[in-house]
Design a binder for this molecule. Sequence first.
Ligand code: GFB
Length: 301
Amino acid sequence: MLKIVTGGNGLVGSQFDATYHKLSRNDVDFTRRDETVALFKKLSPEIVIHTAAKVGGLYSNMQSPADYFEQNLRINTNVLEACRLSGVKKMVGFLSTCIFPDAVEYPLTEEKIHLGPPHISNYGYAYAKRMLEVGVQAHNQQYGTHYFCVIPTNIYGINDNFNLTEAHVIPALIHKVFIARENKTVLQVPGDGSALREFVFARDLANIVEMLLEKYEQTSPLIISSGVEISIKQVLEMIVELMNYHGKVEWQTSLSNGQHRKRSDISKLQDVLPGLRFTGIYEGLKETINWFESNYAILRK
Ligand code: GFB
């Protein structure tokens, strides 16, 4: 039974083991319909874990909303159609808790996705991802497929993109602390650190997706989070401690904090997979930082 992972070299895709056939940019351009459909017809997979996307942190999303909208819409439309045309039995799509409405009653639950416009900082990405969820439900209804989406909170881990301008907060801060420590310069951090986030370690997310492929019989989306909310300031303090940085920290408070919080309700996930355990943030940061320091020469930065 062929199981493929799109985005096979990415933060989430790279966590799956060698029993999966990994597809990356070197194999196919998912923004091109003809290439995508032809490849899926050739491989005819039974299961598709679709992680490929144009992703980035808050500031990259604010910079280029059209790129995030256009590329993700193309990728998801092509992969959905290619799955249908090649008879894929099960497909898991990836949304994100940042696609929820900005004005919303917390905690976030799966039913609230479309109850209002997303936060202004990432509406391009958010609407494109919402259309993946719509596309999944429409395919299930019209073609009797069994596709579903997971909705992770902020993901971090080894093999992330550590590019200073495109990256999400944890890889960006790890890289910034590294540079400040090595060059003995002041650590400049955008925002004021007050924003709250829930984080999920990429390896935990991959393990949960595999369990869901076995156990989850429905097609409604599922929020995946550790359920632990933490401030950006607290995350920075752990990274600074773990990386032995003793220099000055300067908050660039003129820069946006993005969404203040994305407090999520994980009861649906807990019903499907009772007793789930997550890697704690301190442990996860330690593993990510160790990997970063030993792979600095070859990692995406
Ligand atoms: O991971 P992040 O960029 O995305 O986190 P979001 C942004 C938060 O971290 C803001 C603070 O409160 C920033 O002020 N922060 C501090 C930093 N230093 C940095 C830094 O050096 N880089 C970055 N990027 N942030 C994203 C969405 O929202 O969530 C994406 O825009 C995606 O579409 C992602 O869905 C999961 O959590 O704010």
